[in-house]
Design a protein around this ligand. Structure first.
Ligand code: PLP
Length: 231
């Protein structure tokens, strides 16, 4: 199957999942998780009509961006970001989805102010409370959203989560539901410097459950590009 065929098949499954949940398919955006795919393959995904591209590694972003890989398409950063690399990402991506700790938020805010830009961000939530993973707890996320006016270099646009690896289909529904509730609670507070428009959750193996539970953006790699070959 070509990338275009994969994207078309994915769109059909997304629409079906949306309809089954009584949602409008247009509410749900498709972010192509482009890690380990070169600029030509990324361009193919863009031409197939994905809504945005999400890069995991600074080095890949830095290599593919000058090659025009994302031209005509928003690009997001979705991976773990070291504070000493924020300058390579801030102002260069439309959305930084993976703000997963206080130190990073502070560094991104500073870098944006220095550049005179306002970096749109999501807060990453460690919804499974997994010790090896980054991300704020739901309580920390609520408290931080209330303080976003203290970070004028950024603009909080929503939340992102990577739930635990699931053993079987449906296992992650409870985490997705928790995320939706957190998202709705924060949106209802109408905090300064916060506009809760994006709930980024769901990947190749569980996006239908994520859509059923309220996701507004799924991040998909394998189902678009095929399996990744790590070496
Ligand atoms: C790789 C990746 C995805 C997509 O994973 P697939 O299972 O290949 O769809 C989504 N989100 C993040 C943060 C990723 O790193």
């Amino acid at each position: 199957m070509s990338i275009a065929e994969n994207v078309a098949a994915l769109r059909a499954r997304m629409a079906e999942a949306a309809r089954a949940a009584g949602r409008d398919p247009a509410e749900i955006l498709l972010c192509a998780a482009t890690k380990m795919n070169d600029a030509a393959r990324v361009r193919e995904a863009v031409a197939s009509g994905v809504d945005c591209c999400g890069e995991n590694r600074v080095q890949e972003l830095t290599e593919k961006q000058p090659l025009g890989a994302y031209e005509g398409c928003p690009v997001h950063f979705i991976g773990r970001l070291q504070t000493n690399k924020v300058n390579k990402v801030v102002g260069k991506v439309d959305l930084l989805q993976s703000v997963d700790r206080m130190e990073l938020l502070e560094a991104v805010n500073k870098a944006a102010l220095r550049l005179g830009v306002r970096q749109e961000i999501l807060l990453e939530v460690n919804i499974g409370a997994e010790p090896q993973k980054g991300g704020f707890s739901p309580e920390e996320t609520r408290a931080l959203a209330a303080r976003m006016r203290e970070f004028p270099g950024v603009f909080l646009r929503g939340l992102m989560a990577i739930p635990p690896i699931s053993e079987k289909k449906g296992d992650n529904c409870k985490y997705f539901a928790k995320m939706r509730n957190l998202f709705i609670d924060i949106a209802g507070e109408k905090y300064d410097n916060v506009s809760m428009v994006c709930l980024s959750m769901g990947m190749s193996d569980d996006f239908e459950d994520a859509i059923a539970e309220g996701s507004t953006m799924i991040r998909v790699g394998t189902a678009i590009f095929g399996p990744r070959h790590y070496n």
